[in-house]
Design a protein around this ligand. Structure first.
Ligand SMILES: C[S@@+](CC[C@H](N)C(=O)[O-])C[C@H]1O[C@@H](n2cnc3c(N)ncnc32)[C@H](O)[C@@H]1O
Length: 496
């Protein structure tokens, strides 16, 4: 990260909410409500750069990132690991104040649940399969702490949002009433555009009250002009509706003479469909959630609608409660620039993996503060590196072989589960989710030149890799992420 001559800023200023309080407008109070104050900025470390294959970069010639507002960060997607209060303060001090076009925020809902995901081993000698559950995050809060937490982040998001920008805050019945008051305070009640109901008819069936099958998405804009791409989110006309436009005028335009109510009104076919409603029936894809491995992952179709409606190609989309990275993935696919972050290490690993699969240009990962806790007993690995004069008729290559991998936490888990301790973990690949290689590691930032991230749930990583070695080969680093989220970087120099 680079700063101007005055050195790194240590505090980020937040303005008081500008919204006018109208007669009768409710304001929320809670124990310990603190008015806005400068936010301290802990250090951020550039920990990884993901580079898609050179051929992909050349083919797509990333134009989208031209005019990147911040000099403190390289142009390209930004993924922050750490508390988003610190990450947002960084963005403010790093040149993004007023530059973000769209925010989607899907924070904890204060549901009182512990969200878990299934841990599955990949194919090895012991066989693939589910071995247990891992807590992703605990969503238990008292109201005062929750509201202060959200208030501070909404204030920062308000500062980051561009004058014509929009924010979508995703919540449910537990906090939607509180959050709406907070949003009114920070963004202005006059800037509420929609209270969107996301209806997802699936899952459990309660018999004591109506089934709770919707979330609420509060859509606010920063001001009274904003981007809304009405035509990009139309519900297309059905053939039956189109058939009603059964007259054609001298200019080739279709119209109907009699509308569905039987009135004689000449109505032209001007659009391709009907404007989208504020109640969205978008299914949850359970198979995809399981494959991605993040319990509160939202459907890509939901984010697609939001991003298409409220941003244009090249715009900056921000999600600071990124989880599995759905917003950034969809933004990338739709040609928007993106910034995402999460406090959970596993979320960042999953998001990075998903983003690497769709990235057309390099993106970087930053750690703010300490991120979350390091595991007490980290995994261990052994790799060997050889330089070969030629392989398969090509020039010199460096061959990297993964000799061993072990994570004591996975072994301990299996022991706890009766009947599972017979599983053979001697082929450590069954525990590995992904392997990444940096052939010239500088000891600080891991630059991914090759990644082995099997898409299929049970497929094991290859374990042997070759990279072209034109000149002298320096320190090769191998980063391994396992199914439990354990990660380790091991380094080696080529054997002569
Ligand atoms: C509901 S999930 C988001 C799921 C996401 N929309 C997706 O599609 O995968 C909420 C996320 O907020 C993250 N989170 C909670 N507190 C945070 C904080 N202080 N800073 C950053 N992320 C936080 C959690 O780790 C969790 O991944």
């Amino acid at each position: 990260m680079s700063y101007d001559k005055s050195g790194p800023p240590t505090q980020s200023k937040i303005a008081n909410p500008k919204s006018k309080t109208r007669m009768g407008q409710a304001r929320l109070h809670w124990e310990g409500k603190r008015s806005p104050r400068p936010v301290a900025i802990p250090p951020a470390r550039h920990i990884e750069t993901y580079r898609p294959a050179q051929s992909t970069i050349q083919k797509h010639k990333p134009k989208t990132w031209a005019g990147w507002p911040a000099t403190a960060y390289p142009a390209g997607g930004l993924l922050f690991h750490g508390d988003n209060k610190a990450a947002l303060a960084h963005l403010l001090s790093g040149g993004f104040r007023g530059k973000v076009n769209l925010v989607y925020a899907d924070p904890p809902f204060a549901s009182g649940f512990e969200y878990t995901r299934k841990i599955e081993l990949r194919k090895g000698r012991g066989g693939a399969g589910v071995v247990g559950k891992q807590v992703q995050y605990n969503d238990t809060w008292d109201d005062d702490t929750y509201l202060q937490f959200m208030y501070e982040r909404l204030l920062l998001l308000h500062e980051l949002l561009a004058g014509e920008g929009s924010i979508y805050l995703h919540c449910d019945w537990r906090q939607s009433h509180h959050l709406r008051c907070l949003m009114d305070e920070v963004f202005g009640a006059e800037n509420l555009r929609n209270e969107i109901i996301w209806f997802y008819p699936r899952g459990g069936d309660g018999e004591r009250q109506f089934n709770r099958k919707h979330d609420t998405i509060l859509f606010y804009t920063k001001g009274d002009t904003w981007t809304f791409n009405y035509h990009d989110v139309l519900i297309p006309y059905t053939q039956k509706q189109l058939d009603r436009f059964d007259h054609e005028d001298e200019h080739g335009r279709f119209y109907w003479n009699v509308n569905p109510r039987g009135e004689r009104v000449k109505t032209y076919l001007r659009k391709k469909g009907i404007g989208e409603y504020d109640v969205w029936n978008i299914g949850i894809n359970a198979a995809q959630i399981r494959r991605v491995g993040y319990p509160t992952m939202k459907p890509e179709a939901l984010l697609e609608r939001i991003i298409r409606a409220s941003s244009n190609p090249g715009d900056i989309v921000l999600d600071c409660f990124a989880g599995s990275g759905t917003t950034a993935v969809v933004a990338q696919k739709l040609g928007r620039r993106w910034i995402a972050g999460d406090v959970n290490r596993r979320a960042i690993q999953i998001a990075a993996k998903r983003l690497y699969a769709v990235a057309r240009e390099p993106f970087t990962v930053w750690r703010v503060g300490n991120g979350d806790d390091e595991p007490r007993e980290p995994p261990t690995a052994k790799v060997s590196v050889e330089r070969l004069a030629s392989a398969n008729g090509h020039g010199p290559v460096v061959r990297i072989t993964l000799d061993e991998y072990a994570n004591p936490a996975i072994g301990a888990w299996l022991k706890q589960r009766s009947g599972e301790n017979s599983l053979d973990l001697s082929d450590g690949r069954c525990m590995i989710d992904s392997v990444m290689i940096d052939p010239a590691y500088d000891g600080h930032t891991f630059r991914v030149a090759l990644a082995d991230m099997p898409a299929k749930q049970h497929e094991a990583v290859r374990g042997v890799y070759e990279l072209p070695a034109a000149g002298e080969v320096g320190t090769v680093a191998v980063k391994i992420v396992d199914v439990l989220g354990g990660e380790v970087i091991v380094t080696a120099r080529p054997e002569v």
